[in-house]
Write a protein that binds this ligand. Structure first.
Ligand code: GLN
Length: 486
């Protein structure tokens, strides 16, 4: 899709301004119903589009992403705009600087249409924990779009943006991509700078794109990755353009299917779609091998110790003094004698939602003296074993393939009072974050539910810093599907 738009912009059959306008009117028409956006940056978008048109008019070369309209999750700072991270506590906060990914996108000439809805501080799997609005799944508006980057996924799935950025700490790009029937890429930890991303769990967070096609994901990813002095965990850029690796040829590629992933809570229909997808990879010439990830069963418990521990530390900065709202602006409950501690307590009590409080409490407990060794340290030790499982597996196979989520999109409210049920949504995705490896979700088929066809995603996980093999395989899969439908 991006390549076609690029050709049209270059040849003058389309202007960047008219392209931006058509997306802004789509948002105008549809977002009342879908609820994907928290803010719309119409004027900024028009300005960047005009800039691209002027460049074309001067006969200058334009890059693949120039003039292409996209959206970003509302936990990424864009100078002069509101950034809420889906939380009341950041109501009124205006970013004083650009996140590195925003800088990169602007540098690449992309047109940023707006900021998208999300679960509060990216905690959740349905976008229902947003303090601001509900986001509907465009495939079936009675269902959630997944989360936590539900707004970004819904915007792309509904044609309100060509691409959108999300963040993925335990599955927040891949699971909503699966629920909405689009592509979502979580790069290797350290590929994309987290500078200007509101931190959830810093050892797990990564930014990546949502798109309609694998090639588009490769194009957006190529623009945003690379070394950044503002994020010490970023790796040197190796100059790759990932869209150059999509040859369609996966003959001889070794794809491992972890036996531990295919038992327990996996929906039968998802399992069937998955089995058919394994056959598609086989028919494309890949060699399928059963593999074992012996510590996979500990991934979710380990994630739900490490993530809240980091959350409790990262979220300590929201105290009603430094960022966003302070409770006395809202309620005027304070008298002169109120102490600083009371301001903290009142602001955090009012500003944070239930899920955030639950995790801050869990994390504070896991890190407290006397429990640290039993929980946090133990979880870190098991995390090493999970990572080693992948290192061992990647001696035998090039990629690991699994479903992205155990079931298709669920209905609103279905898991809101059942936090553990909600956490189980991440059972196949958290491992990639714990191990730091790249992973992608792409449409693998649909399953029928109540007369509707709901999309389900397949997940490929790759070796550290080997996004290209993963993208090549997902692209070959997608092309083969398009051929089958012809
Ligand atoms: N759903 C997971 C959680 O609630 C993942 C969130 C994320 O990746 N940001 O923690």
């Amino acid at each position: 899709m991006i390549r076609e738009l690029h050709e049209k912009l270059k040849s003058g059959t389309l202007t960047a301004v008219s392209l931006a306008e058509s997306y802004l009117s789509r948002i105008d028409e549809r977002d009342g119903e879908i609820g994907a956006f928290l803010s719309i940056l119409g004027e900024d978008a028009r300005k960047s589009a005009r800039f691209v048109d002027e460049k074309i008019a001067r006969g200058e070369e334009i890059g693949l992403l120039e003039g292409v309209p996209g959206a970003v999750k509302d936990n990424m700072c864009k100078v002069g705009t509101r950034t809420t991270a889906g939380s009341k506590i950041l109501d009124g906060y205006v970013s004083p600087y650009d996140a590195t990914v925003i800088e990169r996108l602007s540098g690449a000439g992309a047109v940023i249409l707006g900021k998208t809805n999300m679960d509060e501080f990216a905690m959740g799997s349905s976008t229902e924990s947003s303090a601001y609005r509900q986001t509907k799944n465009p495939v079936d508006p009675e269902r959630v779009p997944g989360g936590s980057s539900g707004g970004s996924a819904a915007a792309v799935a509904d044609g309100m943006a060509v691409f959108a950025l999300g963040s993925d700490t335990g599955g927040s790009i891949r699971q909503p991509a699966s629920f909405c029937g689009i592509v979502g890429l979580k790069p290797t930890y350290g590929r994309v700078s987290r500078y200007g991303l509101i931190a959830m769990a810093s050892s797990l967070d990564q930014i990546g794109p949502f798109t309609q096609t694998v090639e588009d994901a490769a194009i957006v990813f190529s623009e945003i990755y690379g070394y950044d002095p503002m994020d010490v965990t970023t790796a040197e850029s190796d100059g790759k353009r990932f869209e150059d690796f999509l040859s369609g040829d996966i003959c001889g590629l070794r794809i491992g299917v972890p036996k531990e992933y295919l038992s327990g809570g996996l929906d039968d229909r998802v399992r069937k779609t998955f089995d058919a997808s394994v056959e598609r990879f086989r028919s494309l010439g890949a060699e399928i091998r059963e593999i074992s990830l012996p510590h996979a069963k500990y991934a979710l418990p380990v994630y739900y110790i490490i993530m809240p521990s980091e959350v409790s530390s990262n979220l300590a900065r929201f105290d009603g003094v430094r960022y966003g709202m302070s409770v006395d602006d809202k309620t005027e409950r304070f008298s002169e004698s109120d102490t600083l501690l009371e301001t903290y307590l009142d602001t955090r009590g009012y500003g944070f939602g239930d899920e955030v409080k639950r995790r801050v409490m869990l994390g504070t407990y896991a890190l407290s003296a006397g429990y640290y060794d039993a929980y946090y340290k133990k979880a870190q030790d098991v995390r090493k074993l999970i990572r080693k499982d992948f290192a061992d597996a990647f001696r035998e196979v090039d990629l690991v393939f699994s479903p992205t989520a155990p079931e298709p999109a669920f209905r609103f409210g279905a898991k809101q009072d059942d936090p553990v049920g909600m956490y189980l949504s991440d059972i196949y995705t958290v491992t990639a974050n714990l191990a730091g490896i790249p992973a992608i979700s792409f449409p693998m088929g649909t399953v029928e539910e109540e007369g509707k066809r709901l999309p389900v995603g397949g997940q490929l996980m790759g070796k550290w810093f080997d996004e290209e093999t993963m993208l090549r395989a997902a692209d070959a899969f997608e092309k083969a599907g398009a051929d089958e439908r012809k």
